[in-house]
Design a protein. Structure first.
Length: 148
């Protein structure tokens, strides 16, 4: 899911609160701050402000906190587990670091590397094409063998 994460810039982030009573629906639109994380089935979209100063605040303070909250929320129940301050510090450091030093940052925060099977539901078109090409090559070799 994180591989397909997308960041979108927006002029404003609002929340629509609605209540229905006796068949009447009342809606109120409220500004919600400088960041919104939208989770879809296989993708996350992070909405950040267009304004550069607000965007800097978002990336340095708001995003690490809300992203950590999102990580600690159950995918089914949406109940959030306790967020440890060391996790928040690690996520803040990772989001502000160059990708070339990610392993060092993880080591510094005591996060070790483990092997996990890839369970992402993402299909890789390149792998399918390579498999087809290999099959075609095998078929060509068989044809050559038959003609000799």
């Amino acid at each position: 899911m994180l591989r397909t994460a997308n960041i979108e810039m927006t002029d404003g982030i609002t929340s629509v609160l609605s209540i229905s009573q006796d068949g009447n629906v009342t809606e109120v639109t409220e500004p919600t701050g400088g960041l919104h994380i939208r989770e879809q089935q296989t993708r996350i979209t992070i909405y950040v402000p267009v304004n550069k100063k607000k965007q800097e605040l978002c990336f340095s303070s708001l995003l690490p906190k809300q992203f950590t909250d999102w990580l600690m929320r159950d995918a089914i129940t949406h109940i959030q587990d306790k967020v440890d301050s060391t996790l928040l510090a690690a996520v803040t450091a990772l989001l502000s670091s160059d990708p070339s030093v990610m392993d060092l940052v993880l080591d510094h925060h005591g996060i070790i590397e483990i092997e996990l099977p890839n369970e992402d539901p993402i299909e890789d078109d390149d792998d399918d094409d390579d498999d087809d090409d290999d099959d075609d090559d095998d078929d060509d070799d068989d044809d050559d063998d038959e003609s000799v």
